[in-house]
Design a protein around this ligand. Structure first.
Ligand SMILES: [Zn+2]
Length: 148
């Protein structure tokens, strides 16, 4: 399951491996601690506040603002065919931060720090090793989700 997201190597990640399953279904899931109610994105199996390992998933909207961004002209191995592309770090309104590709509804040259965006889960068609990722789109962008 988590292999859709890259290499599987850490026990902590396998505890939240359903995260990738939700992503594949079009859902962005954070976590909520059952002990103290602390929330996190990406989901944390072990609470940073109270150390509880009891958590539940909660869906987040994916709304956020651009914290920073970078255009990639020298790609890491496996992404040579994708350059140039732009990635952005997004501060989510529900808390948490993620790194995502800037999508077509914004455009590589239009992204700005502080702009409001919508994070959208995607299925990667082009890169065999990574099946799910996020893209950063204009506010109001919708996408397909599996029913609840
Ligand atoms: Zn907690």
């Amino acid at each position: 399951m988590f292999s859709w997201f890259g290499k599987v190597s850490f026990v902590q990640f396998t505890k939240v491996s359903d995260f990738a399953v939700f992503l594949k279904g079009g859902r962005l899931m954070g976590s909520k601690c059952k002990g103290c109610g602390a929330t996190a994105f990406p989901p944390r199996a072990d609470c940073a506040e109270c150390m509880s390992d009891e958590f539940e998933y909660r869906e987040i909207s994916g709304k956020g603002t651009v914290y920073t961004f970078s255009r990639i002209d020298a790609a890491p191995t496996g992404f040579e065919d994708e350059i140039p592309y732009t990635v952005a770090v997004i501060d989510l309104v529900e808390g948490g931060r993620l790194l995502a590709w800037v999508g077509e509804t914004i455009g590589q040259d239009k992204v700005e720090i502080g702009m409001e965006v919508q994070v959208v889960p995607r299925i990667f068609e082009e890169v065999e090793q990574i099946k799910v990722y996020y893209s950063v789109e204009a506010p109001g962008t919708t996408w397909g989700k599996e029913p609840n």
